[in-house]
Design a binder for this molecule. Structure first.
Ligand code: HDE
Length: 712
């Protein structure tokens, strides 16, 4: 029986103008046939035979040997033996969700792609977020690039936008990808480190390959430790083309902008979370969706007319370059909302197969040599990962558009193709399926007829030659706080590099070309001499700063989905707690009551008050803010409880807003914390409003210097 548990409710489409239900549900319906719900069902073998005893194998006598004829045990164990499939060579650890995309208006002037034509059309999507370096079981909060892969199930076929949370990449040409991946992956002799890049082979490679400089500085920035998958920007990275019904093409860069703002963890927080909640990002996305806090991104494009291809300081085909938003702003196209968790991790999240080559009429590639290589790699990798060329038949990968053709057989074929003619042209089956000529709308796919006149060469275009000016632009666009974090990250990572000559090369031949101050600070932390000058002439960019790159300018809207810990103990003033919860509810933030243990506490009025967890069970690192509830006895108990004191101190150190009911200020005094703009004391609506405003600012950056003195 199909499960209704997660079926989208009308309210899940909230905000859509006139939801086209039939279309919205198209993907869900196509999955429905494969969904299995065992509720009320008998236990059976794969052949449908009911099983009478699932506890004992068949034996010759109670104490005798097992019998080979036990087909029930053999089937069960054989299946079990083959449960694991090869994990993705990169992006192995991931988590995913279903949702929908809706255009704000028709973008017919830009593209003939059907899903961007009609503001009433709801296109189902499946999005998988991932880390790059670590294996499937690695931690969520490691310093790494995040994958941001979106499958649009459009009426004209699947469109996969397989992007990252950073807008550039480490290399310019696909032929370097295996080298790069071998360098960043755990080292071959001892398989260390899991999930990170702080090791010799990574820094050896990137210090020898200056084209990586721009991406590496992004990876050393706070972007590489996102607070949540919901607070990440997404980028298509490469330049693509959009083509309208008249055949007019524009170059575009794809962007995803989170309505939740762009926020990151602090490094200390990220490291602690890796141990305290390995699944932190996974859980956060899952819970946000389960509680109806559907994350939303705005989909947009930077548009460059074909005629302007050569008007920039850099080459549009070079994937180590951004187009600064100050030069070409992002035009919003529509929104994506994630509103439904998968039913089965393996069947959906693990088996989903993305490929940048999955495009639809109205979209086309550019000649970016990294993108060109990707077009080959993704289908190829699925053949070994998913066991053959029929992976498009796995329910999560099936398009909602029909897909008839003459491809037949191979491993795991599930389609029962009718007819005798698996070839084209044919006259036996009436000539079907037939080609569709290209047309303004609903035609067959036609590649953009770009004119190419060239020699066959193995060369890199000289226009790809500047490796440092955009890395410099990035560094100089950061706030002082963000710059400090970048300096610390380089220092931390290079500090783990054993070979001194690699550290020196990175400082002298890479960092010195990006920014001498950056190089000097990192050199100081590593005990090296500060370089006096760079090793290459860096052409200054026409733009000195790009404010769009700083997260300080990307705070987002409100505090929807943020988590606030309310610390309580016996004697707590439940009336005040209730008022605070209501105030947070009104902002769609989540309040969690934490006690000394998981047992209910007794309120000042002597009633039991259930808590969500103990303070050890849900540590401060998983919260956005902390509130100490009032009630004399409760405050006294918490003030003498080391776990509670550490909880508050740690939140202070991590620059989180702190609040206390008027009579709970005593606890803050016990800790001798200096009152700052992120600290709220009071028991009225004014205090709650101040707390909400502080959370909306994400962190109390002005506290950073004072917080450094607090032990980690
Ligand atoms: Fe990938 N990449 N990649 N990549 N990539 C894979 O495909 C590859 C690159 C990205 O959630 C693999 O199915 C090559 C850039 C994401 O399932 C593989 C090159 C960008 C995901 C592969 C690149 C990405 C992958 C591994 C250089 C950002 C996860 C398993 C030419 C624009 C998708 C798989 C998911 C996954 C190859 C570079 C993003 C091996 C050869 C640039 C988000 O095919």
């Amino acid at each position: 029986m199909p499960s209704k548990k997660n079926a989208p409710k009308e309210s899940q489409l909230a905000g859509t103008q006139t939801p086209d239900k039939a279309n919205t549900n198209a993907k869900l319906q196509s999955l429905e046939a494969f969904r299995s719900d065992a509720t009320g069902q008998a236990l059976r073998t794969n052949q449908g035979v009911k099983i009478a005893d699932n506890q004992n194998s068949l034996k010759a006598g109670e104490r005798g040997p097992s019998l080979l004829e036990d087909f029930i045990m053999r089937e069960k164990i054989t299946h079990f033996d083959h449960e694991r499939i090869p994990e993705r060579i990169v992006h192995a650890r991931g988590t995913a969700a279903h949702g929908y995309f809706q255009a704000y208006e028709s973008h017919a002037a830009l593209t003939k792609a059907g899903f961007l034509q009609d503001p009433e059309k709801i296109t189902p999507v499946f999005v998988r977020f991932s880390t790059v370096q670590g294996p499937r079981g690695s931690g969520d909060t490691v310093r790494d690039v995040r994958g941001f892969a979106v499958k649009f199930y459009t009426d004209e076929g699947n469109f996969d936008l397989v992007g990252n949370n950073m807008p550039v990449f480490f290399i310019q040409d696909a032929i370097k990808f295996p080298d790069f991946v071998h360098a960043v992956k755990p080292e071959p002799h001892n398989e260390i480190p899991t999930g990170g890049s702080a090791h010799d082979t990574f820094w050896d490679f990137v210090s020898l390959v200056p084209e990586s400089a721009h991406m590496v500085i992004w990876a050393m920035s706070d972007r590489a430790i996102p607070k949540s998958l919901r607070t990440m920007q997404g980028f298509g990275v490469h330049t693509f083309r959009l083509i309208n019904a008249e055949g007019v093409a524009s170059f575009v860069k794809f962007h995803w902008k989170p309505k939740q703002g762009v926020h990151s963890l602090l490094w200390d927080e990220a490291q602690k979370l890796a141990g305290k909640d390995t699944d932190y990002h996974r859980r956060d996305l899952w819970e946000a969706i389960e509680t109806g806090n559907y994350p939303e991104w705005e989909f947009g494009v930077q548009i460059v007319p074909e005629a302007d291809e050569h008007k920039f300081d850099f080459d549009l085909l070079d994937p180590t370059k951004i187009i600064p938003e100050e030069l070409v702003p992002v035009t919003p196209l529509g929104k994506m909302v994630l509103n439904r968790n998968p039913d089965n991790f393996f069947a959906e999240t693990e088996q989903v197969a993305f490929c940048p080559g999955h495009i639809v009429p109205g979209i086309d590639f550019s000649n970016d040599p990294l993108l060109q290589g990707r077009l080959f790699s993704y289908t190829d990798t699925q053949i070994s990962r998913l066991g053959g060329p029929n992976f498009h038949e796995i329910p999560i990968n099936r398009p909602v558009a029909p897909n008839h053709n003459g491809q037949r057989d191979a491993q795991h074929r599930t389609t029962l193709d009718k007819g005798r003619a698996a070839y084209e042209p044919n006259s036996i089956d009436g000539g079907w399926p037939k080609e569709t000529p290209p047309a303004a709308q609903d035609g067959g796919f036609e590649s953009y007829p770009e004119r190419i006149e060239a020699h066959k060469v193995r060369q890199r275009s000289p226009s790809f030659g500047d490796h440092f000016s955009q890395a410099r632009l990035f560094f100089q666009s950061m706030s002082p706080t963000e710059q400090e974090h970048i300096i610390s990250a380089y220092s931390f990572e290079l500090g783990k590099v054993e070979r001194a000559y690699i550290r020196e090369r990175e400082v002298n031949e890479i960092l010195a070309n990006i920014d001498l101050e950056l190089a000097a600070r990192v050199a100081h932390n590593l005990g090296l001499a500060a370089p006096k000058q760079g090793t290459v002439e860096v052409t200054p960019q026409s733009l000195k700063q790009s404010p769009a790159l700083s997260q300080m300018n990307l705070l987002g809207e409100g505090i929807k989905g943020r988590k606030v810990a309310i610390l309580v103990a016996d004697g707590v003033d439940a009336v005040q707690v209730d008022a605070l919860i209501k105030a947070l509810d009104a902002e769609s933030a989540q309040a969690k009551l934490l006690g000394p243990t998981s047992a209910p506490v007794k309120t000042a009025a002597g009633k039991p008050l259930a808590v969500d967890a103990s303070m050890e069970g849900m540590p401060s690192v998983v919260f956005d803010a902390v509130w100490i509830a009032g009630g004399k006895a409760s405050v006294q108990a918490l003030s003498g409880d080391g776990v509670a004191l550490h909880f508050v101190l740690e939140a202070y150190k991590h620059l989180k807003p702190l609040g206390a009911d008027s009579d709970a200020k005593a606890l803050l005094d016990t800790l001798r914390l200096k009152v700052d703009e992120g600290m709220v004391v009071g028991s009225d609506q004014k205090a709650y409003k101040a707390l909400v405003a502080a959370i909306a600012k994400h962190r109390v950056w002005s506290r950073e210097a004072a917080a450094k003195a607090i032990p980690a």
